[in-house]
Design a protein. Sequence first.
Length: 309
Amino acid sequence: MEQQSSVFKEIRPHGTQSFPCAIYRTHSVGKGTLVKHHWHDEVEILYFSGGEFRLEINMESFPIRSESFWFINPGELHSIITETSDSHWEDAVVFSPAILSFDSHDEAQIHLVKPIQNEKLLFPRCIAPAHPAFPALRNAFWDIMRAFGQMGEDSAADSSLVTNDLTSQLYIKSSLLYILATLSAHKLFTPVEKNFNKRVETVKTALTYMKENYREKIYISDLAGRVNLNEQYFCRLFKRAIGCSPIEYLNEYRVRQARQLLEKTDLQVMEVCLECGYNNLGNFLREFRKYTGTTPLQYRKQIDMTESK
């Protein structure tokens, strides 16, 4: 299944510069990774209508078996895995707390909005239907989806939307503030006691290094050295967090970059091979087939045929 989110720290903007808020709709139609490990500086509210998922946050695994809301705080490493072949939806609102700020320093700004912006308060992890706050959260969440023009299963699948419409933005801001008010009324925010998880930061550092240097030769010693760990311990830590070895993850990332080059450029296969960090064509072809089930030339032909229709 094709992922919907960027790997590592997302560099794409969520929303626009003037209104940093966007929604994402993902339709799950098979088992596998729905959203790869990544993190961002914004708050994310996830809504699962049902199905069987596994949400991984900061090296903790949370099974999802029913309708629920989940909250991702800024900087948290997370991914979503689908564990059933049934068809289900996952919806998300991603926003910067900055859009909720007030010019006037009232009580809400001082004791709620500002601490959230400064990462001094944490959102709750999960709100299930049995919680008294759930109905209000669901109504506000769907008000946001409606303001973006998305509602129900007939809406666009696997999509993301932003809005520059003034009225829509006002509805969205008011709904987000209503969500904050609901969580605050039920005393669901918690103060940050220790906002630095060394193991998570270690993995994030390694992921960032691979993203920035995938064109070069990378050894396990390079990655372990970046985080001041011995190679054996680093590999165990990485696999526990991500689910595969560092080299497997690096190869998958390189193949994804190769696919983009095959889709968007006229580079020869050997040029793509070298551009993506492979010095041996045979190794590149083997890894490409492993993750795509085809060869680079066949993959490009399939893309060309699809675009010509």
